[in-house]
Design a protein around this ligand. Structure first.
Ligand code: HDD
Length: 667
């Protein structure tokens, strides 16, 4: 939004919507101090009417989101492939608005359910708006958009009682999945930790579909878009995500907001996989038009081409994040769509849904949707028209009011030829190969998390036949996976059916993510009377200087008495937070009361259980004993050194130690 926004910090007189000054906004106009209110009180009526109409329909999917402004810059001109100005001019700083979201839950649900995340970017380019409406997973559930309403009905709360909210752990979802096996690959992603990002700032984004770049000679190149976060791709574990949902339902939007406010601007590298059009059929086991498939990076590498940086929070949630309207059909010259049947259906659905959500055809005039270039046409009228066109000629051609040049880029002249038929291509037929590829690419702990997730979700499915069907499908993905899940949900062990093809793609595993900058990671230090002041101060200063957020948690707000006799100020009381809101916990020496404080013991046990860095010294180690932390087991993220800082930094950079055996930790 620009400086034309209303200023809420009013310094001038309060007025009605008609600009009339208000004499009293606390008392309605009455017939006597104890008498009935009068209809003529236009201020009362206007105030209530405006309040009554504040809500608009929430998005039918991806209702809960968080947005931010930023910029995009391309590194090198890509004019060999595209005429898109923002991809060919390295000096161009293209403004963007990004909206991250969960897909299943209502607007008021929480940030951390097991779910796909939306990653939608509006580029306000010098050639008009380009929208890249992607997800944090590179594939989608279905191949044809005509199945989208069925998919969404099945995964949303069940229609008779509207339960459960923001989760796929219920019968209708798995009923649908097991009857529509093209979902199998995406379901593997959904059951993995990819569905539980640590932060919007730490997740990848994907355009999912194959798009087309078109260069100045009219040559097309297939392209897949990737966003790679500078902070690494990291996830929560499921137990942690569930606890966060209660502790801080706004966990991800708060994280994004606070990072941007603190000047720690999140950034992503835009990468492209480029495939010459002649090679459209070069892949044996996938069709580029099938959105349930990815192109392994080992086969077509991802080339980094530009950088996205988010640097400004919205001024107003509703005006910007809620009213932003994306459309996969918003493509600028040099970028085009393909015949992917999922994409083709989306081309209809997005502008259509905005009409319902935003109440009419003039939503592109809303400040957050407005292109940063002039708009000239004879579209007119309709609800909420903001422009005042002048002149009498509102048609083309005309000789009475001047005509804008009609000189846009030609559509890509793709040859289209075929019988009209409702038919899926044979090249879309394999539903299991890439589900197996994903499974094969997981590390041991990632596999364990996937098995747990399937057991949890299918364990919530009451219809035994659905569980059995899902095990049959998993048996075609990988026999060991099917056996492990079946054992947890009361389904008979399946007999081997299809041999695992054995192929893997290292890029799909999060275990391989590069060590990350520790900036904006959150460390809790547990305090109590007698705590050793000097090491705590050293730790605080060192980590803070590196951009780590260190919070000192006391038994209550205020101060504790440190061992140097001075009061040490606490950041917040331990009872107002939980370990799930931090990446690491430190239990310093000297605070003897902590070992007897159940909140501190739980804090440590839970942090350890969730694979986090746990550092302790002296009496702090007693707290670890009480939390059943096996202090003798070698563990890079269990730091008992006199100087815990190097160990803590290494453990934070590694994100988590999910290799721990935590099955016996009671948290
Ligand atoms: Fe969609 C919203 C991503 C398939 C129909 N979608 C929406 C949003 C994201 C995606 C990130 C939220 C945008 C925002 O922040 O406002 N959708 C995807 C991806 C898909 C996909 C990555 C597959 C590759 N979507 C898809 C299909 C259809 C839709 C096949 C319908 C045929 N999607 C919609 C929608 C939404 C939407 C109903 C709801 C609100 C909106 O569009 O603006 O039109």
């Amino acid at each position: 939004m620009t400086a034309t926004s209303d200023q809420r910090a009013f310094t001038e007189a309060l007025t009605t919507d008609q600009g009339i000054r208000v004499d009293d906004t606390d008392n309605s106009l009455r017939a006597g101090a104890r008498g009935p209110s009068l209809l003529e009180d236009f201020h009362l009526r206007e105030k209530l009417m405006r309040f009554d109409h504040e809500r608009i329909p929430e998005r039918v999917v991806y209702a809960r989101g968080a947005g931010a402004h930023g910029v995009f810059k391309v590194h090198e001109p890509l004019d060999e492939y595209t005429t898109a100005d923002f991809l060919t001019d390295p000096d161009a700083e293209t403004p963007v608005f990004v909206r991250f979201s969960t897909a299943q839950g209502s607007r008021g649900s929480c940030d951390t359910p097991r779910d796909v995340r939306g990653f939608a970017t509006k580029f306000y380019t010098r050639q008009g708006n380009f929208d890249l409406v992607g997800n944090n997973m590179p594939v989608f559930f279905i191949q044809d958009g005509i199945k989208f309403p069925d998919l969404v009905h099945a995964l949303k709360p069940e229609p008779h009682h509207e339960m459960p909210q923001a989760t796929t752990a219920h019968d209708t979802f798995w009923d649908f999945v097991t009857l529509q096996p093209e979902t199998m690959h995406h379901v593997m992603w959904l059951m993995s930790d990819r569905a539980l990002p640590r932060s919007y700032r730490m997740m990848q984004g994907f355009g999912v579909h194959t798009f087309r770049l078109v260069n100045g000679h009219g040559r097309g190149t297939f392209v897949k878009f990737h966003w790679t976060p500078a902070l690494g791709t990291h996830s929560l574990c499921f137990d942690e995500a569930q606890r966060i949902a209660g502790q801080d339902p706004d966990f991800h939007r708060r994280d994004l907001w606070e990072a941007i406010e603190a000047g720690a601007h999140p950034s992503w590298e835009l990468g492209v996989q480029l495939i010459p059009e002649e090679q459209a059929f070069a892949f044996d086991d996938l069709d580029l038009l099938d959105a349930t498939k990815l192109v392994p990076e080992e086969i077509v590498p991802v080339t980094p081409v530009g950088r996205l940086t988010l640097n400004r929070n919205p001024d107003n949630y509703f005006a910007e994040t809620e009213q932003v309207a994306f459309n996969v059909g918003n493509v600028v010259p040099g970028i085009d769509v393909t015949d992917d049947p999922l994409l083709q259906a989306r081309l209809f659905s997005y502008p259509d849904t905005q009409l319902n959500r935003l109440g009419g055809p003039n939503y592109p005039q809303l400040p957050v949707n407005r292109p940063h270039v002039p708009v000239r046409n004879h579209q007119q009228d309709g609800r909420h028209q903001q422009r005042v066109p002048t002149g009498r000629a509102n048609y083309l051609p005309n000789s009475l009011g001047g005509s804008p040049a009609v000189a846009g880029p030609a559509h890509y002249p793709e040859l289209v030829d075929g019988p009209k038929e409702r038919k899926r291509s044979e090249t879309f037929a394999d539903h299991y190969g890439q589900a197996t590829l994903f499974w094969n690419s997981m590390s041991a702990w990632e596999r364990a998390h996937v098995i747990d997730a399937f057991r949890f979700e299918l364990g919530k499915v009451a219809t035994m036949a659905v569980r059995v069907r899902m095990i049959e499908h998993l048996n075609r993905v990988d026999h060991d996976l099917a056996v492990a899940v079946a054992a947890g949900i009361g389904v008979e062990e399946p007999v081997p059916s299809v041999a695992n093809h054995g192929r893997a793609s290292a890029a799909l595993s999060q275990a391989g993510t590069a060590r990350s900058p520790v900036t904006t990671r959150k460390v809790a230090v547990l305090l109590g009377d007698g705590v050793t002041a000097r090491p705590v101060a050293a730790l605080f200063d060192d980590l803070t200087a590196r951009g780590v957020t260190v919070e000192l948690l006391g038994p209550v707000d205020g101060t504790v008495a440190a061992d140097d006799g001075l009061p040490m100020e606490v950041t917040r009381a331990i009872g107002t937070v939980a370990s799930v809101l931090y990446d690491a916990v430190v239990v310093p020496d000297g605070a003897l009361s902590l070992a007897a404080d159940g909140r501190a013991v739980r804090f440590v046990a839970e942090a350890y259980k969730h694979g986090k860095a746990v550092a302790a010294a002296g009496s702090g180690i007693d707290v670890l004993h009480r939390a059943y932390v096996p202090v003798d087991v070698p563990d890079p993220a269990l730091i008992l050194d006199a100087n815990p800082i190097p160990g803590l930094l290494a453990a934070l950079a590694a994100h988590r130690n999910f290799d721990r055996d935590v099955s016996a930790i009671p948290a």
